[in-house]
Write a protein that binds this ligand. Sequence first.
Ligand code: FAD
Length: 403
Amino acid sequence: MSHIIVVGAGQAGASLVAKLRGLGHSGGLTLIGAETAPPYQRPPLSKAYLLGEMEQERLYLRPESFYADHDIQLRLGQPVTSIDTAAQTVTLGEETLAFDQLALTTGSVPRRLPAAIGGDLRNVFTVRTLADVDAMRSVMTKGACVLIVGGGYIGLEAAAVASKMGLDVSLVEMADRILQRVAAPETSDYFRALHAGHGVDLREGTGLSRLTGDESVCGAVLSDGTELAVDMVIVGVGISPDDALAAAAGLQSDNGIAVDEMGRTSAPGVWAAGDCASLPYRGHRIRLESVQNAIDQAEAVAANMLGAKTPYVPKPWFWSDQYDVKLQIAGLNTGYTRVVTRPEATGQAVSHWYYAGDRLLAVDAMNAPRAYMLGKRLIEAGTSPDPEAVSDPGTDLKALMRG
Ligand code: FAD
């Protein structure tokens, strides 16, 4: 009977094996993970879990019994070290396992600061795994000075948590503005003001030159020459797809493991999904770093592994929690030419609508769940409401659905 191996026991891997069983795959099924914890959700790592408001078990995507109950061999703490696509085997430790089909859901790895500028000093952390966060929590004590490097979502969420915990928070962003890679200036302005209001010392257009300290970090020299005393550093400078295993096996890579719209890699019988996969989208390749994509793409791949032949079309959405603000994003803003702001009745609530010409691409909604929900429905329906109507708080958004 056919044996499917899934390498990478994270969000996508867990979704993939559950879907395979749900769709009736009755052959062998093995999920292999390098980490020791059962598959868990990462978003709380920079939010409630970092804040100490969530137990570890609540991060788990499924109860531990789920895997045995569904006859899924869960192999944890055992990284796969090589794949032989011709022999259809994977190696972990001394062991070689044979597969009929293989799915790679290896996720991504955080970029680190080079050792040459102090990146390997003690108390310099990334935020990717449970182990990362467990290690940093003992240093995150009230009054400690933390430097956050990088003003993307992870850095900003970490800044919000640290500020709530009473740390003295500085954040440097090398680009001209925070969130530059992912959002319009209007959204950057919103979050800059939010953090400033909570006492975060936020410096844009400022890089980190080097960290200082003997064993543990104790200082930072910024690109403008400023010196800061620091007790810890949190690095949020982006991630790279974890495609090393796939590349070593000869699979095609293109900013991630290259897959087609079905999720097939360049090797027969080998599939990929989640953060590690680069997929075709509107004439080019993209890689999506989100829970939505990890689940939906993995489920599509599961169906296709069983013969569905259904192309995966992402319906991107994302969220971020900072202080008492929930940001919800629908769509992808790539190629936008104009941003329309829609104020809401309550103070902090607002949404920014991205257009390319007359076409609605994406919505950033801050404490505006209705704008998010209707924006998402409009985008998925391919309906682009008149920007002037959107910007008028008197316009009933629901009426826009009717065109
Ligand atoms: P992962 O969940 O990273 O799983 C990959 C797994 O594969 C890892 O456990 C890894 O150890 C394992 N692996 C790698 N190589 C091997 C190997 N050779 N052998 C065995 N195992 C291997 N997304 C949102 O949509 N909203 C958010 O608010 C949000 N917040 C986030 C906050 C943080 C701190 C982080 C880190 C991520 C956040 N994300 C958020 C992103 C989201 O968590 C990821 O997009 C999602 O986890 C991707 O799932 P994945 O299965 O592709 O990768």
